[in-house]
Design a protein around this ligand. Structure first.
Ligand code: ZN
Length: 392
């Protein structure tokens, strides 16, 4: 079932029944606790078409979203539903194999990836998506352990993985690989490829407040960044044109993967019901609470550098860095960072974001963070000290 609309507290019907049963399966909701709207007795069960999205479901959904580093709003839309669906798979529940164009996605794939990494088979990062790198690592594992190297994870492979899991102590091979790649790539920015992703676009203007539209602000900032990066010898690609409409997060991620970029920088501005909410925040792929500890260490590092420079150079409120499993961050094969440059719903932030002076400072902060990312650790200099060539 694909979920088109969004379900929230107060909704009823078969889709809610399905959401309930998934939460029960995950142990987040007690079985048989559903109530029927209007009847007041406990005759309902979780398969009931009259199932209610009640307070307990709302809490369970929020709990789940928090676990998975998603936006915690208690609403089941397409993304939360997809995660609910992926979460039910345990390694061994189904055969796993790579299929081009339709990769298998689920927690069983994430477990497989974690086991392969623990044993030193490089499958990239743990993202729960069975792609070509995971298949290669799986075949390699099968060859090493005298199994048929067919790239399919079936009963014999499950048994071998299980046996070995008890003898291998998990490390962070992926984290080590990422930083090794980073250092091998050298301290110079020249020759690097960066994908700039101005959020929204076309009729989707994002947040519109105080006379500003998010899509236009981030487009302008992306162009300023593009100019500075080109001057430093960085190949910069934009995920969209000025007025291009309807490009989803999946497509943006696919574009970045196709360019084989070193890094993705996604630009957004935030909104909040409270006009007092203000400040910049940076997001990377990851979550501290997830049981597999999925994260991109380079993304996390870059997010902290960007955040530090932005706060120091613009004086904006520090909204800190956060790990998130948002589609663009997760589906990109390279480190990706999403920057929320301030709240357009806040009068002070909006006034700053409206000026080209602020946008220049923001662009400069991001470029300096990028230089720091590729700087060897012993050559790091205090925040605010790096100087860029002057642009006119
Ligand atoms: Zn946005």
């Amino acid at each position: 079932m694909t979920m088109q609309r969004r379900y929230r507290r107060g909704d009823t019907g078969p889709a809610v029944a399905e959401i309930r049963s998934k939460l029960v399966l995950l142990g987040l909701l007690p079985a048989g606790a559903a109530t029927i709207a209007g009847t007041g007795d406990a005759a309902g069960h979780d398969g009931s078409p009259d199932a209610v999205f009640d307070h307990s479901v709302d809490l369970a959904v929020r709990h789940f979203q928090q676990q998975r580093a998603m936006t915690v709003d208690g609403v089941v839309g397409p993304e939360t539903y997809r995660h609910l669906d992926e979460a039910r798979w345990r390694l061994g529940d189904r055969m796993l194999s790579y299929s081009i164009g339709h990769p298998t996605v689920g927690d069983d794939v994430a477990t497989l990836q974690q086991r392969l990494l623990d044993m030193g088979f490089d499958c990239g990062r743990v993202d729960g998506i069975l792609g070509p790198a995971t298949e290669r690592a799986l075949r390699e594992f099968q060859r090493n352990y005298g199994l048929g190297a067919d790239g399919t994870c079936g009963p014999a492979t499950f048994r071998a993985l299980d046996r070995l899991a008890r003898t291998v102590v998990g490390g962070q091979p992926h984290a080590m690989r990422e930083s090794e790649l980073l250092h091998r790539s050298g301290p110079s920015l020249a020759g690097k490829t960066v994908v700039l992703d101005p959020g929204h676009g076309g009729t989707d203007r994002g947040v519109v407040a105080h006379g500003l539209a998010e899509s236009e602000v981030v487009w302008d900032l992306a162009r300023r960044l593009e100019g500075r990066l080109s001057a430093l010898g960085v190949q910069a690609y934009l995920t969209r044109g000025l007025d291009v409409d309807g490009i989803g997060e999946e497509e943006r991620a696919a574009f970045a993967n196709a360019t084989d970029a070193d890094l993705v920088i996604s630009l957004h501005a935030d909104r909040n019901d409270s006009p007092r909410a203000a400040g910049v925040s940076s997001y990377y792929y990851g979550s501290g609470t997830d049981r597999y500890g999925r994260r991109s260490p380079t993304g996390e590092h870059f997010a902290s550098l960007v955040q530090r420079e932005l706060v120091a150079r613009t004086g904006m409120v520090d909204g800190r860095t956060h790990g998130k499993a948002w589609t663009l961050l997760r589906r990109t094969r390279m480190p990706a960072v999403r920057i929320e440059l301030g709240y357009l719903t806040n009068a002070g932030d909006a006034a700053r974001l409206a000026t080209s002076e602020f946008r220049d400072h923001a662009a400069e902060s991001i470029v300096v963070a990028l230089q720091r990312l590729y700087l060897p650790p012993d050559e790091d200099v205090p925040t605010g000290m790096l100087r860029l060539p002057v642009f006119t």
